[in-house]
Design a binder for this molecule. Structure first.
Ligand code: 5GP
Length: 199
């Protein structure tokens, strides 16, 4: 019997305002066989966000007990809220042979790298810091104080881009989405090639 090949785990990070979400959605429209990992978060849902689709919105108490039970593959405090990836959910997808994409911050990405060194880390960067600030201001979802927190975090995150396998500059969404698609398809080809070598 032919053994089912395990899927690959992709991590997508980058400062808020770099356009990760849009990029990810565009890529998902084109690439079959990849799932999005739905994180747990203690932050409040924003307008239009839905439970179980964008996030699992949970209380700080529930987050803490899930953490104590070792349910998170990685977790981090970002902009004053907790976020975490459920390990079992990710493993189930990978074991079924499907790929999975985690859209998580740099702290979480580095934890994933430690636990699953074969994962592929992709960093999405804005064309410039000025552009990033403008995008965040145009979005208008944050108070000035929270915006400053996001900008400070963004500077720190940009400094970690070199730790990633790939850096995509999001200057043009279509081009950037094509690049992300290319990274995923290339990984699949490499995996197939390795499988053929083993067989
Ligand atoms: P937002 O609150 O804007 O949805 O997300 C804030 C930041 O948290 C983003 O950089 C996002 O990628 C990150 N994030 C979302 N889910 C997770 C997660 O499960 N783990 C970690 N480490 N970061 C996450």
């Amino acid at each position: 019997m032919k053994k089912q090949t395990r899927g690959s785990l992709f991590v997508l990070s980058g400062p808020s305002g770099a356009g990760k979400g849009t990029l990810r959605k565009k890529m998902f429209q084109k690439v079959p066989g990849i799932s999005f990992s739905i994180s747990c978060t203690t932050r409040e849902p924003r307008d239009g966000e839905r439970e179980g689709i964008d996030y699992h919105f949970i209380t700080a108490e529930e987050f803490q007990s899930r953490f104590e039970r070792g349910e998170f593959l990685e977790h981090a405090e970002v902009h004053g809220h907790f976020y975490g990836t459920l390990r079992d959910d990710a493993v189930r997808v990978l074991d079924s042979g499907s790929d999975i994409l985690l859209e998580i911050d740099v702290q979480g990405a580095l934890q994933v790298r430690e636990k699953m060194p074969e994962s592929i880390l992709v960093f999405v960067a804005p064309p410039s810091f000025e552009e990033l600030e403008q995008r965040l201001r145009d979005r208008g979802t944050e108070s000035e104080e929270r915006l400053q927190v996001r900008l400070r975090n963004a500077r720190w995150e940009m400094g970690k881009a070199a730790l990633y396998d790939y850096v995509i500059i999001n200057d043009d969404i279509e081009r950037a989405a094509g690049e992300l698609e290319g990274i995923i398809l290339e990984q699949r080809q490499n995996r197939e090639a390795q499988k053929d070598e083993i067989l």
